[in-house]
Write a protein that binds this ligand. Structure first.
Ligand code: NAD
Length: 498
């Protein structure tokens, strides 16, 4: 039987304070109605969390509106806002082990994923956008109007203003870093926020807000409402007091968000699903490409929006690559995320693991061969063994739909045009990777693949400075990078006759 190793004192202290309430206008509320958040590896209850509803959302939006109109945050100098974002980053860094542990407990991921990739990634978001807080500039613009009164001139300029109250709605796969991707640029722009984490993973959002307040974030600047998507999330997305929704989640929910935003024409950025191709050319360095392609799909149990879930391998190396990835899959150590040697944890919930298992079963039925994995395991039936499917055809659900688990479908190709067509044959366009020693092929292929990010000889490499987001049904707009600040700004033109 699989048991959770003992929690650290810091994590135990945090969990012992449950039930955790909402944060509204700078004060933690009594929890009221709650729901349990579970350790997905064991199925045991970790803590009770407040279950928000439309009335909670109303109060949180009102607090964010009030903070926008009369609060300290928008009135602060840009340099003071920058200093606070850096202070938040320092605070998170001081609590990095605790945050990584809570993320593992709540989400299941191996500790090293949070400790060395995702929590540092969240910290970098606050540092990066802190650095941009005092670089929000307008322009003075020459005009050619010919009807100004004689003897007068036209003087015109633009200013950038915060878009207003932002609803940040985030998923469960990488909770803290995806939250930071919304909060850091929104705050740098001078917005106020209502944050709603995913119902499966509320814990690091709660701890983040505690730490942000300790760092000195003024009351009401960021409000937190925990709860379910169907009621609490839907109420937030439709709320007329919200000016902008910054959403990361599935394409299906993205569509519901578009509908909910219509009423008052909310601004939207949508970071949605993917089915990203990994293309291995005949000249690839296989010592790098095989572990690279395996990592592209098995990192975080495949619960990564950009996961390399469609593998296209040139005929000449297909058997070798598939055998190599199957060997990596079979050698992976599955276990509780807090166990030192664990390479893959459980999926986020038993419910999600059952969905992934259903995809594998349907793929089998449709004629796919399971070369590795394909099993459900663990005391909570929440583990899926790393899986490789071959003998798939482009029309199968396992090839077309986002499974969001450790399942790769491997297909062969024989020429470049064929792999471009196959790679682009998807409603998604989030990411792709190309594995080759030829710079020329790499860049020519990078140009032809319809994806928001193309990696060459790597996959899933992120940085706060690199725009990330999707073409086609993978979303609207980009998170990260200098341009993401504009997601949270409106341009105002001031035109004067002087
Ligand atoms: P989800 O769409 O089910 O939920 C995301 C968030 O939306 C949660 O907080 C949920 O409570 C909320 N929600 C659900 N229904 C809602 C509604 N009707 N109105 C408002 N809010 C609602 O997604 P998930 O299963 O939590 O996350 C996995 C998905 O996220 C995958 O599709 C993955 O590809 C995507 N994702 C995309 C990116 C990216 O950058 N493009 C990054 C990570 C994850």
């Amino acid at each position: 039987a699989l048991t959770a190793p003992a929690h650290s004192a810091a994590a135990s202290e945090f969990l012992s304070r449950a039930p955790h309430g909402h944060l509204i206008g700078g004060s933690w509320q009594a929890a009221g109605e709650t729901f349990d958040t579970l350790d997905p590896a064991t199925g045991k209850v970790l803590a009770a969390v407040a279950r928000g509803d439309a009335a909670t959302v109303d109060r949180a939006v009102a607090a964010a509106r009030n903070a926008l109109e009369t609060g300290a945050w928008p009135a602060m100098t840009p340099m003071d806002r920058a200093k606070l974002l850096w202070a938040i980053a320092d605070k998170l860094e001081a609590h990095i082990d605790e945050l990584a542990e809570l993320e593992t407990l709540d989400q299941g991921k191996p500790l090293y994923v949070g400790r060395w990739a995702e929590i540092p990634g969240a910290i970098n978001q606050f540092r990066f956008f802190g650095g941009l807080a005092n670089q929000i500039e307008g322009k003075s613009i020459p005009t050619s109007v010919n009807y100004q009164p004689p003897g007068k001139e036209v003087f015109a300029y633009t200013v950038k203003e915060p878009v207003g109250v932002v609803a940040a709605i985030v998923p469960w796969n990488s909770p803290l870093v995806l939250t930071a991707m919304k909060l850091a640029p929104a705050l740098a722009a001078g917005c106020t926020v209502v944050l709603k984490p995913a119902e499966d993973t509320s814990l690091t959002a709660i701890r983040l807000l505690e730490l942000m307040i300790e760092a000195g974030l003024p009351a009401g600047t960021v409000n937190l409402v925990t709860g379910f998507g169907r009621d609490c999330g839907a109420a937030l997305a439709a709320h007329p007091g919200v000016d902008k929704i910054a959403f990361t989640g599935s394409t299906a929910t993205g569509r519901a968000i578009i509908d909910a935003a219509k009423g008052n024409f909310k601004r939207l950025t949508l970071e949605l699903g993917g089915k990203s191709p990994v293309v291995i050319l005949p000249d690839a360095d296989l010592a790098m490409a095989i572990p690279g392609a395996a990592n592209a799909i098995y990192f975080n149990g495949g619960q990564v929006c950009v996961a390399g879930s469609r593998l296209y391998v040139h005929d000449s190396v297909f058997d070798q690559v598939v055998a190599g990835i199957a060997a990596v899959a079979q050698g992976m150590v599955l276990g509780h995320g807090l166990d030192q040697g664990t390479q893959m944890g459980p999926l986020v919930s038993q419910h999600h693991a059952a969905k992934v298992a259903q995809y594998i079963a349907d793929g089998r039925k449709a004629g796919a061969s399971v070369i590795a994995g394909g099993e459900t395991a663990g005391p909570n039936a929440s583990f899926i063994t790393p899986t490789v499917l071959t003998d798939v055809t482009p029309d199968m659900a396992v090839v077309r739909e986002e499974i969001f688990g450790p399942v790769v479908v491997a297909q062969r190709y024989s020429d470049l045009d064929e792999v471009v067509r196959a790679g682009n044959d998807s409603e998604y366009g989030l990411a792709a990777s190309i594995w080759t020693e030829s710079l020329s092929y790499a860049h020519r292929l990078a140009k032809r693949l319809r994806a928001g990010t193309v990696w060459i000889n790597t996959h899933s490499m992120y940085d706060a400075s690199l725009p990330i987001g999707g073409m086609k049904q993978s979303g609207w707009g980009r998170d990260s990078g200098v341009g993401a600040l504009d997601n949270y700004l409106e341009t105002k033109t001031v035109c004067a006759v002087i």
